[in-house]
Design a protein around this ligand. Sequence first.
Ligand SMILES: Cc1ncc(COP(=O)(O)O)c(C=O)c1O
Length: 389
Amino acid sequence: MQRAYFDNNATTPLLPDVLEAMHPYFLDQFGNASSIHHHGQQTRAAVEKARESVADLLGARASEIVFTSGGTEADNLAIFGLVKPGDHVITSTIEHSAVLNTCRHLETQGCEVTYLPVDCEGLIDLDELRRAIRSNTKLISIMWANNETGVLQPVSEIGRIAAEADVYFHTDAIQAAGKVRIDVHEAGCDLLSISGHKIHAPQGVGALYVRKGTLLQPMLYGGRHERMRRAGTENVPGIVALGKAAEMAKLGFEDGSVVRIGEMRDRIERTVLQQIDQAGVNGRLAARTPNTTNIYFDCIEGEALVIALDLKGIAVSTGAACSSGTIEPSHVLVAMGLSGERARASMRFSLGKQNTNEDVDLLLNTVPATVARLREISPVYKREAVKVG
Ligand SMILES: Cc1ncc(COP(=O)(O)O)c(C=O)c1O
């Protein structure tokens, strides 16, 4: 069966060049990067080269990059590393759970958190951000790109507001890296998280940019790794892979692959909206990452469409999270003002470097008929149809 994967915001496949780069570090180049002998020196050099590559993708210095076990740890380190009981934090209602649940935990530890709402395009209001800043505000943590809609927040403006108020600014750029150009100085952020498996490196490796001079309390205690900011023997193959993936992500802005992905995404949106009624793009008017579209198909259950498309070889996802057997509508889409029904009828299509026009053909040949079939058996759609007719 022909299969096409359109769930790259969940995870991306390894690129062959990334696999090739990391491969030797599972075999003959196995040393502990802290060892002083030849084997250790070999892996230390590889880790430092990867640090340069990640820094280069972000416009940072190598010494400002801390390798972590992934995006979740990078987000946790940024927040727990700075915030103490009595501090106030500002975040948004549409963050990933790696930030939201970290902030919720802070609330149990004597911290105050403001969760800024978003408008119908998924954007925070900068005046509301300004008004939320208090004398004890320590940190603003606002994501760069949303994982469900791709909507981009105005990070440079947020950075300016944070700097004027002398408040730290962390941005979760896990879904922005490799999709939009990142320059930590232009963004004005003090901390920025990325994750390997969203940019075609493996799962279980990530990095946190920590602006020079930012005093971060470590979360893990142990050896003196990562300039005492993150203890633990480095995941050398993962870090090497992240470095290579960062190089390739940067190249993507020059070799046309980011543009190509955007063209495929636009073709999906155009065709789906032409061919399917009662459908629309969530966050359509906002600036978005070029690889993501989140489309609602009224009168269907998103989960049913995911399963029906999977049976035809197409992998997509809803924004919905399953918790204890009940399908909750996406907190992101609900925060944007969608009804629970419309949020549950929404589907995320997210592309990666491996996607081809043939993949898009398969998608476009399949989605309209599948939506039509699901609507045929939908009592809600029939009711709507009768009402209209
Ligand atoms: C915006 C965002 N933040 C954080 C994470 C967590 O990253 P990781 O899976 O590397 O822990 C993800 C992963 O889905 C994400 O999309």
